[in-house]
Design a protein around this ligand. Sequence first.
Ligand code: FAD
Length: 354
Amino acid sequence: MSELSSVVIGAGQAGLSTSYHLSRLGIDHIVLDADDAPGGAWQHRWDALTMTDVHGVAELPGSQPPPRTHARANLAVPAYFAEYERAHDLPVRRPVRVRRVTDDAGTLVVHADAGTWRTRTLVNATGTWSRPFIPHYPGAESFVGEQIHTVDYPGPEHFVGMRTLVVGGGASAVQFLGALAPITDTLWVTRREPVWRTSRFTPEAGAAAVALVEQRVARGLPPESVVSVTGLMLREQEQEAARLGAYDARRPMFERIEPHGVRWPDGSYEPVDVILWATGFRPAIGHLAPLHLRTPAGGIQLDRNGRGTTAVADERVQLVGYGPSASTIGANRAGRTAAAGVRRYLRSQDAIRV
Ligand code: FAD
């Protein structure tokens, strides 16, 4: 079996940006993607999410940004990615789900359900969408109502007539309350007091938020979502819910879940029909476990104090869309950094071989 210079796992924003830069550097590679069609996680986002709802999808390198219209994000972004893959002739193979990556005497071996590939370097761009996170609370299995995570959000109409408890302190929770409070009875719980942003979002504020995540990654801690540290803001779409008091009635986390509701440590109780878990995601990196990249603190340490993309534990491996680069703009930049990291590694090895 021949050996590739690089394999990219995942064809979302991070993987496509990486592939674009690898191609420009003339580095032979393939991109393995688990989905049936182009679009990364965007193709799975709920129908009610439009291009005006999202904060903004940065343009992939060498292209125009997708238009900011009322089009569904789960159609507009996949169409944009599909055209991008075609226009740049990117070597994407799908559907190919990678199960694990192992080391065979210095060569990385990528094991997937559709085949096995040997490669000198690896760029992991698998995002977080396939690893929804729901914290465990006692009694969760006894709840007779519905429990829905962001990944399965069916759109607002589903919740009409159902008392809905939204859990989570991030942008998704704020958006869900904005859509649901005007049409049904809602409650909101968060682990921490929500941090509201009072001023407009500036590039400086964005850089400061990313720096906080970089510090975690530099120390090998599990990364937090970039969005979770930028602060929350109510947009036009959330004003009606705000007027109805949906955000003022926020309570701290409950202690346990009962068959028909939730109970707090002080004994107070609220009956609910649905628990909507807007509790985020974790990096989808289980297939990298055989490479032992994680620190004892549970994260993967990246070079340049968390600003780079090279795994400190194994310089053959780059991570993009991970930690500080888990946004469309961050993924773009990480793709360029990772391609340069791949070239650096290949050159250093070739210099040793001659
Ligand atoms: P993804 O888009 O998740 O792509 C990962 C790809 O990897 C997928 O195609 C998947 O099939 C593939 N994959 C996963 N596991 C495997 C495997 N084992 N084998 C093979 N392939 C695999 N960011 C912004 O900048 N602006 C926004 O407005 C914005 N809005 C958001 C709204 C929501 C609801 C969410 C959840 C996130 C939002 N983000 C936003 C974050 C942003 O979407 C991502 O950070 C960004 O798109 C980076 O994508 P990615 O390439 O890392 O991952």
